[in-house]
Design a protein around this ligand. Structure first.
Ligand code: ADP
Ligand code: ASP
Ligand code: MG
Length: 448
């Protein structure tokens, strides 16, 4: 009988302390995972960013302090694993020495290149995976548990900070893996390597994406995302605590949710699963027997409004052409600038002479992008917005939907809205200050 191939991913909270790691190892054992892809321990990636930025200001004593704290936490974690191999301790110590040398180099140069940034951030996942390998070994004595360097499989381009995976190369590399039912690979999420062998990262929250790429590469039977909530909820439970876990949703709905701000999944996670038609399970490491969420090609139940998401820190750019009436080529010039700078547009509306688009506010830090846009037309920037999205089915054929939505949030100024590109989403822009109330009200009236 063919071995069922399960790829399981555990997030930062699941790596947060020894007890959480033990839960994760128990799950890997029960689910018979072949590949276990892990995040950095909770908070570590943020700390590494702080180290990188502090080093670039030349403040080595502060870096040393931060690195020391990180070392204490990770060495302590390893110490808790009974009978762990001494080699793992040596690997960790070597990582901390390397991190310190890197910080020293940056301190002297007083500059942080994108390549150095990715290398520094990669240490989080590299450290947690060394420790977690020992935990899994202690729980699965009969198995061949191996620490796998994800950079040998997850091949990417050299777009540091948010590299693009090279799907063909990943599939070829993944074929080298032994999927015999006895081997368990523990590997890192988030990191990859480019054609020169330099370490790259897939962007914040990228471990979900890594796991999906591994699943695609080995043509897994199931991809499991284990996190700190018992599945995908109808909205972020931090905004609406009574939000319900969705038992089943389609790839299309999950993809829209991730794209429009549901932090539980990295936006790119669904695409590899779709390409190989791999069912995705989302569950909690801390409630492993709860039903969780299944994401499949299609869901049986197709409600009009399934979920509500929020994408914060949005900027609205309005680009106006100086050429009035029947201007053509304007849109392609605008999107050409977006394409060259790899800026993704979340929502767009047009009039005869202007185009309004929402983007993550951080993209405005790229001054060259804004300057290039200004060569196409006059650019007006407004900030302080959140993009609210209703995710569901057949949304553009639901009579009365718009009326129901807007009568519930009458007093709020809706600055922009978009419906019609996809049957799965309806999104609109409100002031960030109104976003929470907007979601709570709509959740209560449309879902709750
Ligand atoms: P991990 O470290 O495991 O990847 P994340 O913090 O990235 O975990 O994602 C899980 C978090 O996503 C949850 O704790 C929750 O606050 C948030 N979240 C946002 N939207 C949703 C949603 N619709 N359903 C469930 N969780 C959500
Ligand atoms: N550790 C990385 C981050 O915090 C990747 C991840 O956890 O998914 O962004
Ligand atoms: Mg995450």
């Amino acid at each position: 009988m063919k071995t069922k191939i399960i790829v399981s991913k555990f997030g930062g909270t699941s790596m947060g302390d020894y007890a959480a790691m033990m839960n994760a190892a128990t799950i890997s054992k029960e689910r018979t995972s072949s590949i276990v892809c892990v995040s950095a321990t909770s908070g570590t990636t943020d700390k590494l960013i702080q180290i990188a930025k502090t080093a670039a200001t030349g403040n080595m004593p502060e870096c040393e302090k931060l690195i020391f704290q990180m070392k204490e936490r990770h060495m302590n974690l390893l110490e808790q694993v009974p009978a762990h191999g001494s080699e793992s301790g040596n690997i960790l110590l070597a990582y901390f020495t390397e991190l310190e040398l890197l910080a020293q180099g940056l301190t002297l140069l007083k500059e942080l290149t994108p390549r150095a940034y990715d290398l520094i951030l990669s240490f989080g996942e590299r450290m947690s995976s060394v420790i977690f390998t020992e935990v899994v070994k202690s729980q699965l004595p009969g198995k061949d548990v191996q620490l796998l360097d994800a950079r040998t499989i997850i091949r990417t381009d050299s777009n540091f900070g948010r590299a693009t995976p090279q799907i063909e190369l990943i599939s070829t590399a993944a074929r080298m893996l032994k999927l015999d039912g006895n081997t368990v690979y523990v590997t890192q999420g988030f990191i990859g390597s480019d054609s020169d062998g330099h370490t790259t990262i897939l962007g914040r929250g990228g471990s979900d994406y890594s796991a999906a790429l591994f699943a695609e590469g080995v043509e897994a039977d199931v991809l499991e995302i284990w996190t700190d909530v018992a599945g995908i909820a109808t909205t972020d439970p931090r905004i609406v605590p009574e939000a319900k876990i969705i038992s089943e949703l389609s790839y299309a709905e999950a993809g829209e949710m991730a794209q429009y701000g549901a932090k539980i999944l990295h936006p790119a996670t669904i695409a590899p699963a779709v390409r190989k038609n791999i069912p995705v399970f989302v569950g909690s490491t801390f409630a492993k027997d709860a039903a969780g969420t299944w994401i499949r090609a299609s869901a049986e139940h197709k409600p009009a409004v399934r979920a509500i998401t929020k994408r914060s820190d949005q900027a609205l750019l309005t680009i106006t052409t100086p050429v009035m009436l029947n201007a053509y080529g304007f849109m392609s010039e605008i999107f050409g600038v977006f394409g060259r700078h790899r800026v993704s547009v979340d929502c767009v509306t047009t009039s005869e002479i202007s185009v309004a688009v929402t983007v993550d506010k951080v993209v405005l830090d790229n001054e060259k992008f804004v300057r290039d846009l200004e060569t196409v037309g006059k650019v007006n920037v407004e900030t302080g917005y959140a993009l609210i999205s209703l995710i569901g089915n057949d949304l553009y054929n639901r009579s009365n939907l718009a009326k129901t939505i807007f009568s519930n949030i009458e007093e709020m100024n809706v600055r922009m809205m978009s419906l019609g590109a996809s049957p799965y989403n309806f999104n609109f822009l409100v002031k960030e200050a109104d976003a929470k109330t907007c979601i709570q009200t709509l959740h209560q009236n449309l879902i709750g």
